[in-house]
Design a protein around this ligand. Structure first.
Ligand SMILES: [Fe+2]
Ligand SMILES: [Fe+2]
Length: 333
């Protein structure tokens, strides 16, 4: 099939729409403007306005134009486009026309929606939808680990939410895990690590929001509820048959500290993965605004963790600090 040569200036402002994505939209009424490439004038012209009713002939013509690579949507319609694709994340992988930064935005948004659903209802059918999207994202990252940097640049720093905190831990945790790329790492362990990072706080779904969102000091009986989220999370994931080592370590060890001052067990010996989750968990908690604490900037947070060597593994906190010093990631880049 002959695919038209589209000038680079056009692909800056328009997406070439793939067949899989076209098919995922309502057939007769598309929620965005369509443009077609006219090779003789080397320009895009408007084909149909958003929400206009298409005839059968137009539907067929659009299908052919798409197959030829001549069908486009405007990047100005990115919000509509990404809102659509966020529910069908697997389409992102087959779409060569999205920029990597756009894929990162869409992936994080998609996972946030799935996580919120799962934290509301930590049951198997909801977990399976989340799991499927996690595998789409790990497949995408595994293909080119440099893409992780775009995820790390998107750490959430605003108001705390459990889903956004979990996403921060996913991005930063995977980045620590594969930086420099661990050639020995197997694909399966990468997927499992991703899931474990994302769900290390699954048990928080069981802690009432009036406790997690409280600005006043917690009463003793309320305080008691927080450490229980480690075991509660373990039980939730166990019910869902998610019992591999990395999941267990993430759930049960992310609040353990190297000097034994952590919980739930107060042990000093913590697995390497448990130490990693502890560092990213604490870092993410510090850079988000909490009911009881203001958000800290990245460097302050990383420095505090690096200084607390007796409790947090410096192998990880030091790496974050060094990356910030060389501006390898962060808000400024
Ligand atoms: Fe936690
Ligand atoms: Fe956490």
């Amino acid at each position: 099939m002959a695919v038209s040569a589209v000038p680079a200036s056009i692909s800056e402002e328009y997406y070439q729409i793939s067949q899989a994505i076209l098919e995922s939209f309502p057939k007769y009424r598309l929620p965005l403007d369509l443009f077609i490439f006219k090779e003789n004038i080397a320009q895009l012209v408007l084909y149909s306005k958003k929400d206009s009713r298409l005839t059968n002939e137009q539907v067929e013509e659009i299908r052919l134009l798409c197959a030829e690579g001549d069908l486009f949507v405007s990047r100005a319609d990115h919000p509509i486009y990404s809102q659509h694709i966020v529910k069908q994340l697997d389409l992102v992988l087959v779409d060569k026309n999205l920029k990597e930064a756009e894929v990162a935005d869409i992936s994080l948004r998609a996972l946030e929606l799935r996580l919120n659903d799962f934290f509301d209802q930590p049951v198997r059918p909801v977990f399976e939808l989340l799991h499927a999207d996690v595998l789409v994202v790990t497949e995408y990252l595994w293909t080119d680990m440099h893409r992780l940097r775009l995820f790390v640049r998107r750490l959430h720093t605003g108001e705390y939410s459990l889903a956004r905190h979990s996403l921060n831990c996913l991005s930063l945790g995977l980045w620590l895990l594969v930086s420099p790329k661990d050639e020995e790492m197997r694909r399966k362990s990468f997927d499992q690590a991703a899931l474990a990072l994302l769900l290390h706080d699954a048990g928080m779904a069981k802690v009432p929001p009036f406790i997690t969102g409280k600005t006043a000091p917690l009463k003793p009986e309320e305080k008691e509820k927080i450490p229980q989220h480690t075991l509660a999370g373990y039980k939730i994931m166990h019910k869902l048959d998610q019992t591999d080592e990395s999941m267990r370590q993430a759930l049960l060890e992310h609040h353990e500290r190297l000097d034994g001052s952590g919980y739930p067990q107060g042990v000093k010996s913590v697995s390497p993965f448990g130490r990693l989750v502890a560092v990213v968990d604490a870092f993410s908690a510090m850079i988000q605004k909490r009911a009881y604490a203001e958000a800290k900037d990245f460097t302050t947070a990383a420095r505090e963790l690096a200084e607390a060597k007796s409790r947090f593994d410096f192998a990880f906190s030091g790496k974050i600090l060094a990356a910030l010093a060389s501006d390898s990631f962060g808000k400024s880049s």
